[in-house]
Design a protein around this ligand. Structure first.
Ligand code: URA
Length: 244
């Protein structure tokens, strides 16, 4: 087999977090790496690197994990942090443990703060991550906020003005859209991702956000029955919705 479009089993599996090269050798020796429903593989063998590998390669009795280029949709629970290394509960704890050891690493596309829940995307595709999070892409982020005090009526104009500058910042926010749902509930659409942006916007309007949830990114939303902590891989079609 030529080296074009092939990969060594130990290199592939260690980059996917299955273990060190040494551990992969042990796995192979015990006959737990199987190709095309029968061929027991040696760790040093090269196999074709193609999109159908997760269907063709079994590791410890299970199909190979998704190859790199994955996009994960998660319903982030309140109380978990979007960080690889902070103390406390991290959103990466929700995913399979070995996914923490993958190269390229899986990272969140933007962040939700610890007390914010809802739609969170993660990927190991750096180009896509940049495309979605760059303010130039103008991806709409839609949040539902529950407020401590009734809306005053001035927020729609203030947020839409393009002149609101948050405390400690020098550049005004891009115009944002506020839709009143009730006296103390609102939908807010922003195209930037500044630090604690929505909470700080309401603070600038003299209010306080008690609960915050991200409902949509572009036209992509969480399925109705998606519980906090639930996640799934997205198809190309679903990813495209983010840019609509
Ligand atoms: N705005 C916030 O205040 N928090 C988030 O997590 C996202 C937007």
């Amino acid at each position: 087999m030529s080296n074009a479009c092939t990969i060594r089993v130990d290199k592939l599996l260690s980059s996917m977090g299955y273990g060190t090269r040494k551990q992969i050798v042990q796995l192979a020796r015990s006959g737990r790496i199987i190709f095309d429903q029968g061929e027991v593989l040696d760790a040093t063998v090269r196999i074709p690197f193609s999109a159908d590998l997760p269907r063709r390669l079994m590791v410890e009795g299970r199909p190979l994990d998704p190859l790199s280029g994955m996009v994960i949709m998660m319903n982030k629970p309140v109380g978990m942090t979007c960080s690889h290394k902070e103390a406390g509960a991290l959103i990466y704890d929700i995913l399979p443990t070995r996914w923490r050891r993958r190269t390229p690493a899986i990272s969140t596309i933007g962040r939700l703060d610890k007390q914010t829940s809802g739609l969170l995307l993660l990927t190991d595709d750096g180009t896509l991550l940049h495309r979605i999070s760059s303010p130039r892409s103008q991806v709409r982020k839609i949040y539902r906020a529950r407020l401590a005090r009734p809306l005053s009526g001035t927020e729609i104009a203030l947020f839409a003005s393009g002149t609101l500058t948050l405390k400690g910042e020098g550049t005004p926010l891009a115009p944002a859209v506020l839709e009143e749902i009730s006296e103390t509930d609102a939908l807010i659409t922003v195209t930037e991702g500044r630090y604690h942006q929505v909470r700080r916007m309401f603070a600038a309007a003299g209010n306080f956000v008690e609960e915050l949830q991200r409902e949509r990114l572009g036209d992509l939303c969480l399925p109705d029955d998606f519980a906090p902590g639930q996640w799934k891989l997205l198809s190309k079609k679903e990813i495209a919705l983010v840019f609509q």
